[in-house]
Design a protein around this ligand. Sequence first.
Ligand code: URQ
Ligand code: ZN
Length: 595
Amino acid sequence: MSSPQPTPVKKIPIHLQSSQSRLYIKRGQVVNHDSTFAADIYIEDGIIKWVGPSGEFVVPGGVRVIDAANRLILPGGIDPHTHMQLPFGGAVAVDDFYQGTKAAIAGGTTTIIDFVLPNKGQSLLEAYDQWRAWADPKVCCDYGLHVGVTWWSKSVRDEMRILCAERGVNSFKMFMAYKGLYQLDDSDLYDAFEACRDLGAVAQVHAENGSIIAKNAAKLLAAGVNGPEGHELSRSEEVEAEAVNRACIIAHQVKVPIYITRMTSKLAAETVARARLRGIIAYGEALAGAIGTNLHGIKPTQAIYYTTSPPIRADPEAPHFLLKTLASGHLQTTGSDNCTFNKEHKELGKKDFTKIPNGVNGVEDRMSVVWERGVEARILSPQKFVAITSTNAAKIFNMYPRKGRIAVGSDADIVVWNPEATRVISAKTHYQACDFNIFEGMKCHGVPEIVIVRGKVCVENGQVRVAEGQGQFIETPVYPSYVYKPLNGNSNGDEADNEDHENGDDKNGAIEELEIEIPPIEPITKYLAGPALSITSETKSTAQSITGANRAPRQDGQRNMQDSTFSLSEELDKTGPRATIKVRNPPGGKSTGFW
Ligand code: URQ
Ligand code: ZN
């Protein structure tokens, strides 16, 4: 089958080329993932040409000088998970590639990686060309593309090879949820993972058990539980964690690096940590929305607007736990999964939660939210912040050090960050197209005062100045060493991280001994009783009849293992408030795999 010609490399039209091609940033404090140092930076034609002590570089005439005294100089954020203008759930995401990337830049993110999502049966190459046609004329920052494997056949395998060899793709996402739309069964997951390994690509999953979700949703709807509370009730933490575990096991059997996208729960994060501690080459992304907010106390009338999958949880401890696992190095990135719909679109599902288009905002606020919840709260060091909002994504998807680092030769994607300044997030002032913001009213320390996109100053003095189409498609080569070296039992060349780890630079984060509290796995009934969704009494009794929560234990006092609410954790509960395991990374740093 002859593949359509690759999309020609885009030339930047002269009117979009920056008139200011030379910049000098002085007196700032550079923060990379592995080091923090005072330095000046000289930029020419979009590339960092010099980094060094103030006063050493003679600034040529006609160069614009930016004084960054008392500011941090960060690598531009990289958001590895966005869905601009995605057609989904009977609507189209309202942030398109222009407004969505403009908003990204406003928040300090200078590279996004979006998803090509073919319909079942559709050619992956055809879908890829569609996404390029949507994105290339509109993007304001550089972007990469992951490709969804939403169905399986030999032709899909063939097209994956062409996407890697000729279209600059190095990662594929398989869905374990969205039964009938994108979901693959275990056998197809196995084959798709094998294809990724044979190509040197990263296998990603959307980890939820879509078959359980379909069953739960049908039962809840049949019982008259059709409001937004049904969304989370149909896909609780363990339904997410089960898929996380299954994906790690299949990846381990196939010997491919696995990347779990946008996790929202403690149990999912803990599952990845356990897999990594067993030597499975797994990487995890935490959802920015699950770090910045939770559904505890959200009024039911508002819950519909927070609908995303996996759900943002009602568990008030989830944000802290996700940050702890990011700080400890067991999760690596933060993604926004930005897939925004307006209230009117979300309300399509007012009477049937399965009809609510899934997705929330995050691309604009991810950096400030992670800074506020992580660094301001002393859970993350500034270096770890850089790692999880930029560098790790660059390494995993093979853009590093072109992206994700302040260094000579790197793209001049730079944020002048004011850690003391604060801003209040609101849909009234955000640059995103959506009319709702899940972080509404949140006050964040950490403001991107100047954002430079490949050498062009796009944010300054509170103004965002971008040109539609100024961004470029970033080809991502296969065999990223960061994930493929450990697969072959070598270190991933990330000694610096270990140094960072050893010399205590990362005081607030990485710890030699990762203490994982095994939180009780709350049965579905937890949410029936909790204030989070303020279930009405009839919903509660109905849902309890579904979940059997009020079923009395059997005469012999034993809980019925078949009882849908039976949960091992309830036994754990009886053995004390919290079971914890202390695990020590093997001597010489984290496990590098044992296959
Ligand atoms: O599942 C995804 O990643 C897409 C469809 C965005 N929506 C969502 O709720 N995560
Ligand atoms: Zn997504």
